[in-house]
Design a protein around this ligand. Structure first.
Ligand code: NAI
Length: 334
């Protein structure tokens, strides 16, 4: 493990550039793993933290204050400011209490990192109602609950930074993760809408797709079949270095959470130290005449053109922009 040393010597005063002095952040699910890394990175740059974590197992069962308390204590011991919360983000009243605790203790909230999550893996046909509900409730409803609770404060101060946590399992797809992947793709949709509604008020919203070892990755390895497990293990060679450490995800999240970031409405992947924007793009496709719908045979005939990625793609920022784009690129109706 290569957690960078966290001590007063690496505190905000010594950190060139991006500072969170005077800022207050809530990081959900920060009692361990990637969330803990986010919280430590913000804290060492002077941010006051609400370390929220349900403190249950990887499936989201059980709960205790200990995980949140231990990370809050780690931050305080290093000279930072932090309080612990173990409310569940899946409970809308709990989400309100998490935000209220930031205001009660630190007087404001500037940053929300929606990171809390659980994982249960099963083939789609074996996914139970309870697993589906739990994963959607924790990831998607939890991100919504937290965002809605923090929103009026961000809006009234005309400043806020929200970092959502999506996943390649949803944006790209992953076997055994119908519910998890749906929740994570839904979070990208939530970010898209929050970004549009937030921009006039200085509320910037982005989502990250992290990668790290830890209890979720270990569970995935267990739930995979022998062949996938073997392939997964074979990829974890020396070339990976330490880049699967949760700490590799924190700089991207911290940048997006900072005043220095003026970007909004985008997804970013952190994978083995490679940081890259992820775009949902639309290719030029095939344009039908606009006076009558095309036939099914027209679709079949033009399938190659419809699927052709060689002419590039566009990422329209809203449905209206997609309409404008098509009107500009297409021929006039015959
Ligand atoms: P983790 O299991 O170590 O961390 C998630 C934390 O969320 C846990 O500490 C857990 O107690 C907490 N939590 C669960 N339900 C909660 C609730 N209802 N309210 C408050 N806290 C709750 O997992 P990891 O790997 O650190 O993942 C962090 C986030 O990144 C998750 O959202 C995960 O889905 C996402 N992610 C992780 C990837 C990876 O490679 N580890 C890949 C893509 C996304």
């Amino acid at each position: 493990m290569i957690f960078r040393p966290y001590s007063k010597d690496t505190g905000a005063a010594h950190m060139a550039g991006i500072s969170f002095a005077g800022r207050v952040a809530v990081v959900t699910g920060s009692g361990g793993g990637i969330g803990r890394a986010h919280a430590l990175e913000l804290a060492r740059r002077g941010c006051a933290l609400v370390v929220n974590d349900l403190g249950g197992d990887v499936a989201g069962r059980g709960g205790s204050i200990h995980m949140a308390e231990s990370v809050a204590a780690e931050i305080v011991a290093a000279g930072g400011k932090a309080i612990a919360s173990h409310d569940s983000v899946a409970d809308s009243e709990g989400a309100k209490r998490i935000v209220a605790s930031a205001l009660a203790r630190f007087g404001r909230i500037d940053v929300l990192i929606n990171n809390a999550g659980n994982m249960r893996n099963a083939l789609l046909e074996n996914t139970t109602d309870e697993d589906w509900s739990s994963l959607i409730a924790t990831h998607l409803t939890g991100s919504f609950n937290m965002t809605r609770a923090a929103w009026p404060h961000f809006r009234s101060q005309r400043y806020g930074r929200i970092v959502f946590t999506a996943s390649s399992a949803g944006l790209f797809g992953n076997a055994l993760q119908a519910a998890y992947g749906s929740a994570k793709a839904g979070i990208a949709g939530l970010m898209n809408v929050a970004a549009i509604e937030g921009e006039p008020y200085g509320i910037l919203c982005n989502a990250i797709m992290p990668n790290a070892t830890g209890r979720m990755a270990e569970q995935m390895m267990k739930d995979w079949g022998p062949q996938q497990r073997e392939q997964g293990n074979a990829m974890m060679t020396g070339a990976v270095g330490h880049s699967m450490d949760p700490a590799f995800n924190a700089p991207l999240a911290a940048y997006l959470a900072s005043e220095a970031c003026t970007s909004t409405h985008a997804l970013y992947s952190q994978c083995l130290g490679r940081v890259a924007r992820v775009c949902i793009g639309v290719v030029p496709g095939w344009q039908a005449q606009r006076l009558a719908p095309p036939s099914v045979e027209d679709i079949a005939e033009h399938w190659a053109e419809i699927c052709d990625t060689s002419r590039g793609f566009a990422t329209p920022p809203s449905p209206r922009d997609e309409l404008g784009l098509v009107l500009r690129q297409g021929p006039a109706p015959a």
